[in-house]
Design a protein around this ligand. Structure first.
Ligand code: CP
Ligand code: NVA
Length: 315
C-alpha cells in the first residue's frame, strides 16, 4: 500500500542542485510530518533494507540514517571501508549491482564525489549522498529546514557561511540559492567555494531572488546577517593540513566579537563535529542563539523524508 507522501523528480539524491523548489518543499513538508509524529507515522519503509557504505567517520549521518529507517519500519546494514574497499576489492559496478539485489536503497559517504555518481549510475535502487569531498546535500537541506522552522520562510533572509569553501558550504550555497535566501561566504584566499557551484547558484538565484556574495572579509560577510554558519577548517581527509589551516583560518573564527556584527537575534549553526576554540568559540556555540542540537536532531527527520520519498515502493 502506498501512502500519500508526495514524490521527487529525482530517483537518487546526489546534489541539491538536482532538485527544484517544489522538491525541497516536498522534503520539508514530509520532514515536518515525520517530526510531529515520530513513532506513529505509517511504516512506509516496512521490510526495506538500507545499505550504508561509509569510507569516512560519522556520528550523525550514520545514526540518523539507521534510526530513521528503523522508525519507518525497515533496517540498515552498515559497511565500512575495511569491509568493502570500494573499487579496490571489486568494481563499483559489482558493488552497486550486488547491493541492489538485497537492499532497497544505498547511502554512501565517500572521498571522491565520482564514487557516489558511479554507484548511482550502476545501482538499481536509490543512492543517497551521505557526504563526499564535494557535497553534503543532506546537511544543507537540514540546515535550511531548521532555519525555516525558526523563521517560517528563509526568503529574503541573509545567511552567512564563514570559513572553508568545502562540501558543506557548497550544499548550503545550492540550498540558499534555490530557496531565495541571500548567501554570503567569507573564506581566506585560496579556500573559496568551487566556482562551478557558485556559478550554478548565481543562475538559480536569478529565479529565486537571492543574492550570492563571495567575500574575503568575515566582518563584512557577517554584518547584518540573520544566521551565521561555520564548519571545521580541515575536513576529513585533510588532517595533515590541520596546523597550516589553523593559522590561515584564525581570523575566521566565529566568536562573540564576530557575531556582534550580525543581527542581535542571529542564529548560529554548525553541521558538527565542532572544535571549540578553533572555528567557533564556546561562547557562541553554547549560546542561546545556537541551534546546533536542534539542527542535529533535524538530520533524522530530513533523512527519513528523503528515504521515504525515494524508497517507498510504488506498487
Ligand atoms: N554533520 C555530519 O554529517 O556529522 P557526521 O560526520 O558525524 O555524520
Ligand atoms: N566538512 C566536514 C563536514 C563533516 C560533517 C568534513 O567533510 O569533514
Amino acid at each position: 500500500m502506498t501512502h500519500d507522501i508526495g514524490t521527487l523528480k529525482v530517483t537518487s539524491l546526489n546534489s541539491i542542485a538536482d532538485l527544484d523548489r517544489p522538491d525541497v518543499e516536498t522534503i520539508f513538508q514530509l520532514a515536518k510530518r515525520v517530526k510531529q509524529d515520530r513513532f506513529d507515522f505509517p511504516k512506509v519503509l516496512k521490510d526495506q533494507r538500507l545499505a550504508m557504505l561509509f569510507e569516512k567517520e560519522s556520528l550523525r549521518t550514520r545514526v540518523t540514517f539507521d534510526v530513521g529507517i528503523q522508525d519507518l519500519g525497515g533496517s540498515a546494514v552498515f559497511l565500512d571501508h575495511q569491509d568493502v574497499r570500494l573499487g579496490a576489492r571489486e568494481s563499483l559496478k559489482d558493488v552497486a549491482k550486488n547491493l541492489s539485489r538485497w537492499c532497497h536503497g544505498i547511502v554512501a559517504r565517500t572521498y571522491r564525489h565520482r564514487t557516489v555518481l558511479d554507484l548511482a549510475r550502476h545501482a538499481d535502487v536509490p543512492v543517497i549522498n551521505g557526504l563526499t569531498d564535494y557535497l553534503h546535500p543532506c546537511q544543507g537541506l537540514t540546515d535550511f529546514f531548521t532555519m525555516t522552522e525558526v523563521w517560517g520562510d528563509v526568503r529574503g533572509r541573509t545567511f552567512t557561511y564563514v570559513g572553508d569553501g568545502n562540501n558543506t558550504c557548497h550544499s548550503l550555497i545550492h540550498a540558499g540559492a534555490l530557496l531565495g535566501c541571500h548567501v554570503r561566504v567569507a573564506s581566506p584566499e585560496g579556500y573559496e567555494p568551487n566556482s562551478k557551484v557558485v556559478n550554478h547558484a548565481m543562475n538559480l538565484a536569478k529565479e529565486s531572488g537571492s543574492e550570492i556574495t563571495i567575500l574575503e572579509d568575515p566582518v563584512e560577510a557577517v554584518s547584518g546577517a540573520d544566521a551565521v554558519y561555520t564548519d571545521v577548517w580541515a575536513s576529513m581527509g585533510m588532517e595533515e593540513e590541520t596546523e597550516e589551516r589553523a593559522e590561515m583560518f584564525s581570523p575566521y573564527r566565529v566568536d562573540g566579537k564576530l557575531m556582534s556584527h550580525a543581527k542581535s537575534d542571529a542564529l548560529f549553526l554548525h553541521c558538527l563535529p565542532a572544535h571549540r576554540g578553533h572555528e567557533v568559540s564556546s561562547e557562541v556555540i553554547d549560546s542561546p542563539g545556537s541551534r546546533v542540537y536542534q539542527n542535529a536532531e533535524n538530520r533524522l527527520h530530513i533523512q527519513k523524508a528523503i528515504m521515504a520519498l525515494l524508497m517507498q515502493r510504488r506498487s
